[in-house]
Design a protein around this ligand. Sequence first.
Ligand SMILES: [Zn+2]
Length: 251
Amino acid sequence: MTENVRLYAFNCGWFQCRPGYFVEGDEGDYLRGPVPSYLIDHPKGRALFDTGMGERYRRDLETALPANKFGLQWFEGMDIATRLRAIDVDPESIDWIVNSHLHIDHCGGNVHFPRATVIVQAREYEVARERPDPGLYEAVDFDTGQPIRTIEGELDLFGDGSVRIVPTYGHTHGHQSMIIRLARGDVLLAGDCCYTERNLDTMVLPKATADLEEGRLTFERLARARASGTRILFGHDGRQWATIRENARFE
Ligand SMILES: [Zn+2]
């Protein structure tokens, strides 16, 4: 059964920042990390984990951010709808969107999937609606008309243990991640609960952490999962992303 679950990874944009943004005290040139989105193709339905950025973050050669500037951007062909079409997946066929959280670089592509149901932690949805914050929480990204299914804690999406949503609070009050059981073992799609592998190696939470206590507990769970063989795909890790084959089935 589990070998029927397929996972695909896509990069839908770029996140640029100084190394110290991820691990305080780190220095050096600006880093460029991916803005990932994932397709989980299960016999009972198709889900996305995160959807990248909205149209307003699209740039071209003339308007591109310089390499030494903090910010987010994407270029033609990187949006999740185009990424899916490139592997012959019709965006209309997506049943579920699981948003790790509702920051602008994780749900900005929700608008492309009008017939999908959005799954988000109830407390995340509440904070996003009650505390709009330009550049972080913007209703234009997550208030896009689809049914919203709010959950509290874990959810076994297809009821067979192969695709699990798990709370990973800290980065935001209602952050969640996803664990996919592949033939080679579990893969945990971290989202922003852990930006880079280096954060986990050093056990240093970034400054951008809404709840430090929850964030520490999440890091401890991640470290235990990694130690027991779970592969973790980090939120914005350029070094790790260089090793990932995009648009290909993740084995
Ligand atoms: Zn975030």
